[in-house]
Design a binder for this molecule. Structure first.
Ligand SMILES: NC(=O)c1ccc[n+]([C@@H]2O[C@H](COP(=O)([O-])OP(=O)(O)OC[C@H]3O[C@@H](n4cnc5c(N)ncnc54)[C@H](O)[C@@H]3O)[C@@H](O)[C@H]2O)c1
Length: 335
């Protein structure tokens, strides 16, 4: 299996496809995530058609996309070989779901996160789909079996869960239902790689998918350490930023262990029992609520007051952009 850095390097050539022979992709729902998907597909030379039940959302989406494409260009992060204008022109909008889906090879649903909404939209898509098109949901947490079982085209349905913001966080989690055709999963995986994302494939459904489960496991331990008054909120932040994060920006936990000993097996032979003893001391997590949550917020607002959240989000996105740029440069220089 290719590591994601290799997949990305090969993608840079693939995204140079000319405007001719364009393949159509449909985006259903033009909110925060629908817009991001539209930009990702347009950057790789796809013809993108966006549908929304709310016309004003479509107009706002086009304006936002143009602004974001210009921002990416100014930061040297515009993907692919097409100009801002060419990418922007590749994205059209429609108020007809049938027109949106017609002739598409891939549909990416991006409507609000409720089972009822996903069921409703997938039922509509099922009635419009031909036998080839793959129907993906952007769902963050709802497994596909909850809304695709009754469909005629259910073998073509899966979840393709992006991480926000997808331009800087390239992971896409592919979650098949028990009845999803493996070829549909592989085709989606190849498609995601071809647009510069880093797909992973789940072998079966699991609550919370993968990245959120890992994130929640880290958060559970951080909350426990603060709840048990072992350490302050600010020092937990330092432990993660200065301890865990630097390596995790470019290698995962298994490779980290592999390099910290004479291979992964040696690592577990030498440190496995110690790690297991610590893991056994993890108590069952309890929700971070009430006085403890208020106390933690009082601490975090000392350096990020609530009224400063918008500026701090911009600060975060600038750093994410800088990190994405550095990783692109490193990936390309180590080809
Ligand atoms: N926001 C995130 O950080 C994030 C990250 C990963 C995945 N997701 C998932 O992506 C999906 C979309 O999230 P979002 O944040 O873009 O939501 P959003 O609220 O920003 O956008 C939803 C859009 O869907 C439109 N819509 C509502 N009903 C519709 C229908 N029947 N047909 C077509 N369009 C319809 C709305 O008008 C709106 O424009 C959700 O499943 C969410 O869990 C979100």
């Amino acid at each position: 299996m290719k590591r994601c850095t290799e997949a990305y390097s090969s993608t840079m050539a693939e995204t140079s496809s000319p405007l001719s022979n364009k393949t159509r992709v449909s985006i259903v729902g033009s909110g925060l995530i629908g817009r991001s998907w539209a930009m990702l597909f347009a950057s790789a030379g796809f013809e993108v058609c966006m549908f929304d039940v709310d016309k004003s959302q479509l107009e706002q989406a086009k304006t936002a996309v143009l602004g974001q494409l210009k921002d990416l260009e100014s930061q040297g992060l515009l993907r692919g070989a097409l100009s801002v204008q060419q990418q922007y022109d590749s994205i059209v909008t429609t108020s007809s779901l049938a027109d949106c889906v017609k002739g598409a090879v891939h549909v990416q649903e991006c409507v609000p996160e409720t089972v009822d909404m996903k069921r409703k939209v997938f039922t509509q898509l099922d009635s419009l789909a031909d036998d080839q098109v793959i129907l993906c949901s952007s769902s963050s947490a709802i497994v596909p079996s909850k809304f695709t079982e009754h469909l005629k085209h259910r073998t073509k349905c899966l979840v393709a869960h992006p991480i926000n913001p997808p331009f800087y966080c390239r992971l896409v989690e592919l979650v098949p239902a028990p009845w999803t055709d493996l070829e549909a999963v592989q085709t989606t995986r190849d498609l995601m790689t071809s647009i510069g994302q880093a797909p992973i494939t789940l072998k079966k459904e699991i609550t919370g998918f993968i990245q959120p489960r890992i994130q929640h496991a880290i958060l559970a331990e951080c909350c426990r350490l603060v709840q048990d008054e072992v350490i302050s909120v600010a020092d937990v932040e330092t432990a993660v930023i200065e301890g865990l994060a630097p390596r995790y920006a470019f290698m995962g936990p298994f490779e980290t262990c592999h390099l910290n000993a004479n291979g992964l097996k040696d690592y577990f032979d030498r440190f496995g029992q110690t790690i297991y003893d610590v893991q056994k001391s993890f108590n069952v997590p309890h929700p971070m609520q009430g006085a403890k949550a208020e106390e933690a917020e009082r601490e975090v607002t000392q350096w990020v007051p609530l009224e400063a959240l918008p500026q701090r989000r911009q600060w975060r996105d600038r750093r994410l952009a800088a990190l994405a740029k550095l990783k692109n440069e490193l990936d390309n220089s180590s080809k």
